[in-house]
Design a protein around this ligand. Structure first.
Ligand code: G3P
Length: 217
């Protein structure tokens, strides 16, 4: 399972990278705005800064919503760095753009996916990644994890190579459940990854080991 961090915050990206288990970064326009990154040039520079910190894939989202605009913007994003994956929304023009990029060997992440049908379409168009937003489904009393399971089943039925990138992860149990279902990738806050290492028996055990060592040394 690949671990991506879902942020545009360079300090957090560095911290996750230093942990040694980071495989990539996802961003979106809201995450960019949260870090105060505005203006096309600054945004493009920020993507390059992120690529220079991490070793893996970095999703960069298009703003255009028409086919020509998405193609132009996506090609510009892909030119920035070979780690860039062009993030395209699940809309009709977006499906066309994903197909275009797939034919031209530019990798894509189909975002804002909330149903198995949308995920099937993204895979048919040749998306590299599909991003079902599980947290936002949970927010409206719909089982986000069930969507991951449905997509896994469909992709396995037909051998689609599109990777399931479980997005809008809010906490550590989301990560664990996605791992059990077989999501290829998770993207969430650093806290959702760090939560995996916590166990009180580890802390108690370590404390005792160190105390016993001190007694004899
Ligand atoms: O990766 C998708 C993510 O950015 C959305 O997360 O927490 O805003 O639903 P959230």
């Amino acid at each position: 399972m690949k671990f991506f961090i879902d942020t545009a915050n360079l300090d957090q990206i560095r911290e996750a990278q230093e942990l040694g288990v980071l495989d990539g970064v996802t961003t979106n326009p809201s995450l960019m705005a949260k870090e105060g990154i505005t203006g096309r040039d600054n945004i493009l520079k920020h993507y390059v800064d992120i690529c220079n910190i991490v070793d893996g894939d970095v999703s960069a989202e298009v703003i255009a919503t028409d086919f020509d605009g998405m193609v132009k913007e996506g090609e510009q994003l892909a030119e920035l760095h070979d780690q860039i994956v062009v993030k395209i929304p699940m809309i009709k023009e977006g499906v066309r753009a994903i197909k275009y990029f797939s034919d031209n060997e530019i990798r894509t992440n189909c975002t804002l996916v909330f149903s198995a049908g949308q995920a099937l379409l993204a895979a048919k168009a040749g998306a590299t990644y599909v991003s079902p937003f599980i947290g936002r489904l949970d927010d409206i009393s719909t089982d986000g994890l069930n969507l991951i399971a449905e997509i896994r089943l469909i992709y396995d039925n037909y051998g689609f190579e599109t990777e399931i990138l479980a997005a809008s992860i809010r906490h550590t149990m989301h990560v664990l459940e996605c791992a059990k279902i077989g999501a290829d990738v998770m993207t969430g806050p650093l806290s959702s990854i760090e939560g995996l290492l916590k166990h009180p028996l580890t802390d108690i055990g370590l404390e005792k080991f160190l105390a016993d060592y001190k007694k004899g040394n």
